[in-house]
Each structure stands twice: as C-alpha cells, then as structure tokens.
Design a protein around this ligand. Structure first.
Ligand SMILES: [Mg+2]
Length: 326
C-alpha cells in the first residue's frame, strides 16, 4: 500500500475533533492553537519490535502501548494530552494489521481526547514513533528538580507486574493462567496515569513515570533535585498476582529493578499530604508512601522494617545501578 493510501484508509476517520486543531491531517503541516495561559509539553518515544515490545505482540497491544508510553510522559509533567504525531515503519502494508492497529490507536485517542494531527509511514522494520503534545498551565509543570529533603515519596498503583509480564512473554516464567493474563496485560496494556498527573500539579514537588525501573527512575529525581532517598520496602505496593507467582523477596526485586510499569513516582512536601490524599481519592487512583527524600545526594538507602535491606538480584532483569544502592 502506498503511504497516502495508508493514511487515508486507516488514520483519518477520527472521532476526536478538537477545536484547537485549526488545520488537521491533509496539508503539509497541521496548524494548532495553544490556549492562552498554557504551555506546551512535548515528548517523543520510539518503540522497536523485539526491543520495546515482544515480537508476538498483537497490533492492539502495540498501538495501546505506543500511545500509553507517550501519555505517561505527559502525565509525569502534569500535562493534559492534546495532540499526537505518528511515524510508522512496517515491513509490509498489511491491511489487517493496519486496521487493528489504527482502530485501537484511534479509540485510545478518543478516550483521552487526543487528536492525531500528523503522520508518516515508511517501509522498514516494525518501529512506532509517537510525539505527544500536552498543555500545562504556565509554570505549573512538574519536573524532576523540585524535590527537597524531607519530602515524602509516593508511587501510584502497583509496581513490578510488567517485569514479570515480560518474563512470561519471554517464556522465562510459567504462571498460573489467571495471573499470567493479568501480568501480561500489565506489560502490554499499561495505563498512563493522566488524571493523577494533572491532579499532582501544585502538590508534587517532583515527578517521573516508571519506565526503566523504580530505582533507575528514582535516580533521575535524585540527580535532578540534588537529594537522596530512603525507601521503606515493607510499604511497596505489590499485586496479589505478583506475590502469588514469585513470593515477597523476588516481587520486591522486580518492583525495584524491572521497568514498563508506567506508574508515577513522585515526591510531596509534608504539608501537602492531606491535599494529595484528598485529590487522589477524588480521581480514584491508589497511591502509597514508600519512603522519603534525604539530604544525601544520589544515595538510595533500602530498608525493610527499619533494617538495611540487601537487594537479592534474583530478578529477571538487571540494571547497572548496584554502585549507588545499599
Ligand atoms: Mg518518562
């Protein structure tokens, strides 16, 4: 299929038609309007088949995840998603694959009120690149730089599920059927915490989404803010499915070192804790306090019930962070 046929056939029938899109797909460029008082947050993610998702992933899973990872980055900044651009490289213009991919992508776009404003398709290995644009009120973006010693450290949802989901996808772990489907879903269909992210503006002092692993991503906050962290691992939110499959110790390892959960990790000044709890209750997102920022720049202390905790490293995925963890 030719490029224009692909865009015409699969990507122009969108239910989401935003008023701030002055000129949609169809010209050399799209023209959009950023509302007064808002700033634009922009993020790009590229997903390569066999690297960022298993090669046997369904077109629905690939579409869902490609959008979710970009919206998760917007969420981490407190930005509200508005528009996306899609660049799609694929070996053949398989109409069945394209129909399923585009149906899921556009349905997810509609769900988040996001409009696809541009795209490009080329022949090549299966690679999906999405650039997402979101609005954030002036000076209210949540960066990685605002954390202060004493701020409490929180995480949304549960962590570690996607790591075991990947092990299942790679046939490195045999799970009971019900657990396997939950864990694989957490890997393939992550939920970007868009609403939570928007509600964290003026509450969180720093925020990041967990894409590479809790410890790796926490380091970005620590470096950005010039602080350290003390994690109380007995508080880590672990799903019943993860615990049932690998037990507590390995679940903790996965929660700390495996990526792809796309939960938000953020710090909150103590005087904002009541606001945080009220706000997260309102948007129905579970959050758990897992520790605190400290004054020891770049240093992560792990504790279990106030005792130093040694990472067992029996997890499926290892990251080069050992030096800075004790
Ligand atoms: Mg990110």
């Amino acid at each position: 299929m030719k490029e224009f046929t692909i865009i015409d056939s699969f990507f122009t029938k969108q239910n989401c038609q935003r008023k701030d899109v002055i000129l949609p797909i169809g010209d050399d460029c799209a023209i959009t309007q950023v509302p007064a008082g808002q700033q634009l947050a922009i993020t790009t993610d590229t997903l390569v088949s066999g690297v960022h998702f298993p090669q046997d992933s369904s077109p629905e899973a690939i579409a869902h995840k490609s959008l979710a990872v970009s919206l998760s980055d917007l969420a981490a900044m407190g930005a509200e998603p508005a528009w996306i651009n899609l660049s799609l490289s694929m070996p053949t213009g398989d109409p069945d694959w394209l129909a399923r991919f585009s149906a899921t992508l556009l349905a997810q776009c509609e769900y988040y009120s996001v409009q696809l404003i541009g795209g490009d398709t080329v022949q090549g290995p299966l690679v999906i690149t999405i650039t997402a644009h979101g609005f954030v009120p002036e000076k209210q973006a949540i960066t990685r730089k605002g954390g202060k010693p004493g701020d409490l450290l929180y995480v949304t949802g549960c962590v570690g599920d996607a790591g075991l989901g990947l092990a299942i996808a790679l046939d490195k772990h045999q799970a009971a059927a019900g657990n396997a489907s939950y864990l694989r879903k957490r890997l393939d269909f992550p939920t970007p915490r868009v609403l939570a992210g928007n509600n964290l503006r003026r509450i969180a002092s720093a925020c990041i989404d967990i894409s590479d692993g809790l410890l790796v991503d926490l380091q970005h906050i620590l470096q950005g803010s010039g602080v350290g962290a003390l994690l109380q691992l007995e508080h880590l939110p672990l799903s019943a499915e993860l615990l049932a499959e690998v037990g507590q110790q390995q679940a903790i390892d996965l929660a700390l070192t495996s990526g792809d959960d796309y939960e938000l990790l953020f710090s909150v000044p103590q005087e904002q804790v009541t606001n945080l709890e009220r706000s997260m209750l309102q948007c129905n997102v579970p959050v758990t306090c897992i520790g605190q920022l400290t004054g020891q720049t770049g240093k992560i202390q792990l504790q279990w019930n106030k005792q130093a905790y040694q990472l067992q490293r029996r997890g499926y995925q290892h990251f080069a962070l050992e030096e800075s963890v004790e």
